[in-house]
Design a protein around this ligand. Structure first.
Ligand SMILES: [Zn+2]
Length: 85
């Protein structure tokens, strides 16, 4: 107990000490294992989530098959499709 208030919820790094109470043995150990929080984690996480939503991965296999100029022989594609069904 007490770890959550010391650690950054995003990067799990140790947050800057807010008072004398923060300097504990546990905190010192966490700094060694987790390192310090660099700050701005919430902003970075929000940015990452935005990027993830914008760049939604489309199934690469289907794209290859639908490409008009794709030089993939039908015989090579058919077995894979049958295996899925
Ligand atoms: Zn952090």
């Amino acid at each position: 107990m007490g770890n959550q208030s010391v650690l950054c919820p995003v990067c799990q790094g140790v947050l800057p000490a807010s008072g004398r109470d923060s300097y504990t043995t546990l905190r010192g150990r966490l700094i060694v294992t987790n390192g310090y929080c660099g700050g701005g984690c919430e902003e970075r996480r929000a940015e990452a989530e935005q990027t993830r939503q914008m760049a939604r991965p489309v199934a690469p296999m289907q794209q290859q098959v639908q490409q008009p100029g794709a030089q993939v022989p039908p015989a090579r594609v058919a077995p894979a499709l049958r295996a899925v069904r």
